[in-house]
Design a protein around this ligand. Sequence first.
Ligand code: MTE
Ligand code: MO
Length: 384
Amino acid sequence: MIRRLRIPAPEDFTAPSHSPQVTARLGLWLGVAFGLCFATGVLSHYIQHPPGWFTWPTRPVSLYRITQGVHVLSGVAAIPLLLAKLWSVYPRLFVRPPVRQPIRLSAHALERISVLVLVCAAFFELVTGLFNVAQSYPWGFFFPTAHYAVAWLVAGAILLHVAVKLPIARAALSTPLRRRRAVPGADDPNSSERRAFLRTSAGVAGIAVLATAGVTVPWLRRVSPLAWRSASGPQGVPINRTAAAARITVPPDWRLEIVWPGGRETLSLAELVALPHRTAELPIACVEGWSVSANWTGVPVVELLRWAGAPTGRPVRITSLETDGLYAASTLPAAHARDPLTLLALRINGEQLSPDHGYPCRLIAPSRPGVLQTKWVARLEVLR
Ligand SMILES: Nc1nc2c(c(=O)[nH]1)N[C@H]1C(S)=C(S)[C@@H](COP(=O)(O)O)O[C@H]1N2
Ligand SMILES: [Mo]
């Protein structure tokens, strides 16, 4: 049996922007923004904590820069879209009574609870994400873990919400915005207001993206007043953690240590500098969405391992002089460890690395999150 759904008429609500045609379209756009944000966020999580079955390509060198840029910018776009969607449904959020059958937990009540979970979780993701890009952590929990866990809650709540709303959303999406009234030639006066509200919502989302996209899109830097990172910084690249903050002191007798199952080799800075170098243009792409390209010069890790007589084609653990930081070490997966563009960099944009950029040497590898580009490297360990 096919049930005919009654689309609430615009008069059911106080303003045309509260019509289901508006809500459904905003829902669709929001679904695209959240979908992109979720997919790129899960990717970023897997790159940083790879399960056994996961591999991430080393090419194009900017792949992570792109996926993480999409993550942060789709999140930025979702903020005005979520506010607009809440505005478009808010009369219905306060329908009385909130629970139709007070004794039994009705489907209606469950649906209302799932919407509450969805709204709270979505706000949690967008707000914590915003604070994260602003490098402000005014809370007690560990941001990546909480942000990742709640993302699954949002995804599940969205799927449930879409499943519940599919019939009404489909009907509303197939109802043209420009609906003709019974009187021929007379346009529904509310339809232009509905379209204006949708245009404004899309416009605000677009402006929010343009105003911030300069953090990662070089040619947008000049039109992005709200970009939270510019291309400037010592030697043309911003610094997240300075050598002073990480309490780095490079010992005068610094030697790079290379260890592998059954072997060990060390070399001085002078010996490292004397090895064949390679220069590559590679981006630093922070998980916070900002990214900047630079010309890095250094010794390819694979060549260094060959020079030491260590096995290649295995994952390599990179450890910093930093002792207690969260990002004091990282692991190069086998694909990155054997890539000739994975460098132990000694120079940036033609100059010796400044202390803040990781002097005496830092890791820089293609298509890799900034947090894994370990600075102030002290040790390479070939894993089994
Ligand atoms: N040892 C160490 N390396 C590190 C970090 C750190 O805190 N300690 N921060 C990482 C992060 S989060 C990023 S985005 C890049 C930032 O690079 P930059 O500060 O050198 O520009 O370095 C990475 N390397
Ligand atoms: Mo970062």
